[in-house]
Design a binder for this molecule. Structure first.
Ligand code: IMP
Ligand code: MG
Length: 368
């Protein structure tokens, strides 16, 4: 994965695949035009790498020239094309092959047809290295196509995202985020961890439990672990800054994730804001915050049971449990309004069998 300006791009087409397409297009054109002395016209800037490799692969005598048009801004076509640099030589009566790096909507192509119609050429052909059939809106025939690609923004091998990425020898695709980022919300014992293990399988998400990460660090005696332990053993919350840094590190470990389930985080409004800001740096957002609801007496019974099996100190003593509920009521419950204000808050009945609760959660997620 690479980052250009504010966006992430993932590897998409290798150098070898590109060279194969270039060689193929060069031999197709050579086959058709072997008796001619064509003029190849490259459309700058994007075409420069393709043009150069194409020329090295073209076996017969030919001439070349360039024109420069502009229509793109950011990652979408504006449909507004300007000719910045025009042709210097006379091409009347000549065989002309326009070479493009990519044809997207076809706006540029249409403009090229207009420009060349007036020039009384003998033959007019179009070749493009990349073609996006789903984006194409015109009727003009494209004579030579190197590779058809899906309608996603690409960079590299001459193509840019706001001028960056042209020098990359291979092609990268914009990393789009039809991500599901969930926050599982609820008091200790509500079943967040249990449900997360089912949901992460079902929706192919990465589960990040801040509690589990802390306990892992504590078990391994890391610096973070020792710090966290001093708070957790008392049933207190680990301070925001420590938690946020740790959480970011966990997210960064999974750059290819389809989404995350945050369990036990955020627990304060400051953490929610930090999480939103952090996700925004990647163009990501929280999809939903789902609360698992159950009354305190049920939760206390569940926690005491769990404490017997797991040996978790904070689950073995009713006072500590009540302290955690108080913390939740004071610091975490206000998050409900934070997410309600964003229209992202959902509440699910957290009592009944594990399967029943998973069903209810899935129903909520599927309607997102
Ligand atoms: P069209 O006029 O919509 O066919 O777009 C043609 C021009 O838009 C190309 O010459 C490129 O400069 C630019 N373009 C189209 N798709 C992409 C892309 O995926 N990445 C980078 N530039 C693109
Ligand atoms: Mg271009």
């Amino acid at each position: 994965m690479i980052k250009l300006h504010d966006k992430y791009f993932k590897k998409f087409i290798s150098e070898a695949q590109i060279q194969e397409a270039v060689a193929r297009i060069a031999s197709e054109i050579a086959n058709d035009l072997k008796g001619e002395r064509p003029i190849f016209i490259g459309i700058l800037n994007g075409v420069f790498m393709f043009f150069s490799d194409f020329m090295k692969a073209y076996p017969f005598p030919c001439e070349m020239s360039f024109i420069k048009l502009a229509s793109y801004h950011g990652t979408s076509s504006t449909g507004n094309i300007k000719e910045l640099i025009g042709l210097s030589q006379d091409i009347e009566g000549r065989t002309v092959v326009v070479l493009e790096d990519i044809i997207d909507t076809g706006n540029t192509l249409e403009e090229l047809h207009k420009i060349f119609k007036a020039k009384k050429v003998k033959q007019f052909k179009i070749g493009t290295l990349f073609f996006k059939p789903e984006a194409y809106q015109k009727q003009h025939k494209i004579d030579y196509i190197g590779m058809e690609i899906p309608n996603e923004f690409i960079v590299g091998y001459g193509l840019d995202y706001d001028e960056l990425g042209r020098n990359l020898p291979e092609v990268y695709q914009l990393h789009t985020h039809d991500m599901i980022n969930l926050i599982l919300f609820g008091k200790p014992g509500a079943g967040k961890g249990t449900q997360a293990t089912f949901l992460k399988e079902k929706y192919n998400l990465v589960h990040i439990s801040t509690g589990d990460v802390f306990r892992y660090n504590i078990k391994n005696g890391t610096e973070l672990g020792l710090l966290a332990k001093s708070y957790m053993d008392k049933g207190d919350l680990v301070p925001d800054e420590v938690t946020i840094n740790m959480l970011q590190a966990e997210v960064e470990k999974n750059p290819e994730a389809k989404g995350f389930i945050f369990d036990g985080f955020p627990r304060t409004t400051a953490q929610s804001e930090a999480l939103d800001n952090f996700l925004a740096t990647k163009d990501w957002t929280i999809s939903a915050t789902i609360a698992l609801e159950a009354n305190d007496e049920i939760l206390i019974q569940r926690l005491l049971e769990r404490g017997k099996e797991s040996g978790r100190v904070d689950d073995q003593d009713e006072d500590k449990i009540r302290n955690r509920f108080d913390e939740y009521n004071q610091k975490t419950a206000p998050l409900i309004n934070y997410y309600k204000a964003q229209n992202k808050f959902y509440s699910v009945n957290g009592t009944g069998s594990i399967e029943e609760i998973t069903e209810r959660l899935s129903a909520t997620i599927d309607q997102l």
